[in-house]
Design a protein around this ligand. Sequence first.
Ligand SMILES: C[S@@+](CC[C@H](N)C(=O)[O-])C[C@H]1O[C@@H](n2cnc3c(N)ncnc32)[C@H](O)[C@@H]1O
Length: 270
Amino acid sequence: MTEVPAGIDPTVPSVARMYDYYLGGKDHFPADREAAEQIIALAGELGADVREMALANRGFLIRAVEHLARSGVRQFLDIGTGLPTQDNVHQVAQRVAPGAKVVYVDNDPIVLAHARALLADNPDTVIIDGDLHDPAGILASAAEHLDFSRPVAVIVAAVFHFFPDDEEVARIVAALRKPLVSGGYLVVSHAYVEEDSTVPEKVEEARGVYRRTRSGAIAWRDRETVRGYFDGLELLEPGVVPVQDWRNDEPFTPPGLGMGGVLGGVARVP
Ligand SMILES: C[S@@+](CC[C@H](N)C(=O)[O-])C[C@H]1O[C@@H](n2cnc3c(N)ncnc32)[C@H](O)[C@@H]1O
């Protein structure tokens, strides 16, 4: 990107733009690229491929949304949307179910600007400026566009790992689940590191890079914690698994040493 929109400090890396860089997009500034390259290099030293992880996370999201749309879900609330890429949630859902409603939420000004431009002529899709630290505010705004007396799929893909406080994440998950009626769904993906990580100093260096971003943190969590977000819901097969393994016909190649990858799960409100 060459132009800097008002209100943006391009010298502070944004996780949205770093992720866009991992995915091969074009919406990033030098500071984003530099931070992203540091993460790519650190992961590379561990034999892990961050770009592959980002693509695998998108693949999970696409398969999950396709599955839910085919299962009859017609309303989606996607929080922490990210910059528009290929096969965004509304495109996947509306391909299967024309007229499916999609509400996107993000707090990154560049994500908001790009999504507004992309969605200008789509009557069934809106983007809301909202902060996941305030789930009640998000739900109130979403309720202006979605009918919560009918099933809604809430998607939080690759966002909670920017929230270091475990208890806060648990509270947010509970708040988001609360208004969902039977037949609604929760979709979550989350970065993880294997517990037996043999390279804690690399993990710590990567933490330092994310500390300098607009989000200010990264917190990898283990499988048990991520599985806990779905407690009391009907977890779809194959459960909480590396995103590459979620209903994917392609075989899973384990990521490199210590770095882990991204876990994903989808669950139905009984
Ligand atoms: C790694 S991207 C994930 C994008 C997309 N969900 C996906 O999985 O492909 C994380 C997104 O979460 C957004 N985000 C981070 N913190 C947020 C917050 N507190 N409230 C809303 N969005 C947030 C970022 O701006 C970014 O767009």
